[in-house]
Design a protein around this ligand. Sequence first.
Ligand SMILES: *Cc1c(COP(=O)(O)O)cnc(C)c1O
Length: 343
Amino acid sequence: MKVEKLIRPWINSLQAYSSARDEFVGEAGGMVFLDANENPFETGVNRYPDPRQRSLKSLLAKNKGVPEDQLILGNGSDEILDLLFRIFCEPGQDNVLLLPPTYGMYKVLADINRVDYQEVALNKKFQIDVEGILGAISDRTKMVFVCSPNNPTGNLIRPELIEALLTGLNTVVVVDEAYIDFAAAPSWSNRLKEFPNLVVIQTLSKAYGLAGIRLGMAMAHPLVIEAMNRIKPPYNVNQLTQQRAIARLESGLGTEVEQILEERAYLADQLNEFPFVEEVFPSEANFILIRVDDGPGRYREILDKGIVLRDRSKQLGCENTLRITVGTAAENKLLLNVLKQLQ
Ligand SMILES: *Cc1c(COP(=O)(O)O)cnc(C)c1O
């Protein structure tokens, strides 16, 4: 398949805006910069940032094992997802497919971009219904969003099901891997060569502990990345974000992910012991979804004791569920103590 055929013709006809800092950033040796109307007095951030984030991108490309022309960085995955809507979906004409229960931003961004969405529910095991999806696709369907590990359920989507979509659909398949660093599974980014319609989304907001700097990324076919680059705001990733991300990638994550995984196992074990907990769903992420006797009621009781969980009871197939982020060992003990006080 030719994924470039899915890109809106209008987007393919645009030229990227060339900003003043595009050509000479990083080649500061001996140059005098009087081109971008910056304040010449040094503040550490008086210059515009590199619009192509070359240093950070080269580090991330190595880290993720993808070529730089298959990687784009954005102001969180939110911006990346928005760019995808804007390159693929003609407002008021095209549509996308969502697989609930899943991450809420896909729907929000579809609405903002005035793109219709259809929903095909995950099955009882929170796996995707390939037949249902094949049946719901129309020739105006441009993207299917697969979140794996899925938020809020925590499970991985089985690889053979994702592969069936990639080979069986003439649409883009977006695999959102925000939680992949907590999962016992390889990233789909290893398989970009096989599937031109595969777009993998990752973020530094979860395992990397950098939610505050807003850095998300897409890994995809070079022509998809090129189209996204053509329409992104030139300075979408600010200087401070680039610096903090580079520092974190250079220093590494230490044992944080392992600690979270140990705590996840401990929490899951303990949660099973409470009589009002009906089910603890297996998790490949840094959170655990539990089914309780009364979701909204338990949510409020726990909130009254100072602990904020996420009530997911209103999500399709998630009646009476709470999503619990794995905290530090001390935070998790506090939660368990609060739960012990409940009737
Ligand atoms: C948290 C999360 C993200 C991350 O979004 P950012 O904008 O990068 O912080 C993306 N997708 C899913 C499914 C998430 O849960």
